[in-house]
Design a protein around this ligand. Sequence first.
Ligand code: ATP
Ligand code: MG
Length: 456
Amino acid sequence: MIRKIIRRIFRQPEQGTTLARAVEPAIIPPESHPVRRKQISSGSRKVCETLQQQGHKAYVVGGAVRDLLTGITPKDFDVATDATPDEVRRCLKRSRLIGRRFQIVHAYMGREIVEITTFRGREKHAEKTDAHGRLLRDNVFGNQSEDAARRDFTINALYFDPVSEHILDYHHGVADLKQKTLRVIGDPKTRYREDPVRMLRAVRLAAKLGLFIDPEARRPIREMAVLLENVPTPRLFDEILKMLTSGYAIECLSALRAEGLQHDTLPLLDMALHDPQGEKFIQLALANTDQRIREGKTSSPAFLFAVLLWREVNVTWQKLCQEGEPPQTALFQAMSDVLQTQGEKLAITRRIAADIKEIWALQSRLEQRSGKRVYGILAHPRFRAAYDFLLLRAEAGEIAPELPDWWLAFQEADTQTRAEMLLPVANGNKKRRRKRRSKPTKNAEYSEESAPVNDA
Ligand code: ATP
Ligand code: MG
């Protein structure tokens, strides 16, 4: 009873967040911050204007405001409003409801899709959590202050009004951003227990924005990392993918390891980084990807996971070869084993897993430089990725540069030169091999042709 009264007096929210100080936001006028309405996508701007004209509150929220304050171009501009999903739909003609439990609205504004979320609060009664304290439901509407309180970090609880150009700052996020500090809203332990993915988000956002994780938020991470075990694997996959494609993958992965968070997300990463060659390979690949992404180019998730897991495939492949498995069989066995082990922690989608396998399988095929099949390899949809992968292996010192050099020259050559480049001896081998394949005693030649090239 007394606790109830105290809570009412201080308007303290339910268990888990201690946010009494932040019920009223600081209202930062346009002359005191650099964000301008023209930096907001036209679709999100229009959505906010329309909702406001209908008497609702509507703001651009979260990552977009934070990124603009930091001088980064946001990926998307999410809108938060006090209008219910049905009200939003009534205000915006080309829109539809998404999601079953907590409905959000997607508005189609020309070619842009704007995500509109109704302010969320917390369950008023018993929290729906699992045995470890993880929130299982987060689908109650609330007011703006409650919506701010359920966000993860102070720098993410910022609301920008594209009409007035004011920023509403509920948890001193602007000051934290200036001080380069990533601070959890409420008690970090409770917030991590509610959603362990927040620990990964802390690492990713700190790396992306060059922030220090506030000591109070950083300290519990190591001991609580184990809670990631209870997070559904597809969510972990999404988060790791965000890290890899953030343009700051190197920083993210090294922070992930420094905080001890990789065991339950990328169990094979430690092994991959165990020896200098494996580490060099990953560093080169990620540096390359980070640069591409910062230049606005895309990168394939399959390529990135193929890189991270390659070392383990390679080691298993060679081990199986030494045990007498034919190389091709050994490679496929190694690929399945590794994807299986990793998949237990991180649900790599089937489609991406299929692409990863193709990149790996092509590593063996790229060694063949004779006959018509070379043209088949060149026309393979995954050739480009497989070639880039081969190049990285050479740069990391895993194979001699001669092979990628040959493929580069072959790609650039005209028809006549290509024909001349094909290795004639291998051609002869191929014919003989085919004839002899039916004889079990001649397996050795097949092995020779597709044996792993790596010398590690
Ligand atoms: P980015 O888009 O750069 O990956 P972001 O912070 O915008 O980063 P989103 O996943 O787009 O990440 O989330 C949008 C907003 O939703 C966040 O800014 C934050 O306010 C809130 N949010 C996202 N995930 C969580 C979470 N696990 N717990 C609490 N709030 C969250
Ligand atoms: Mg975002």
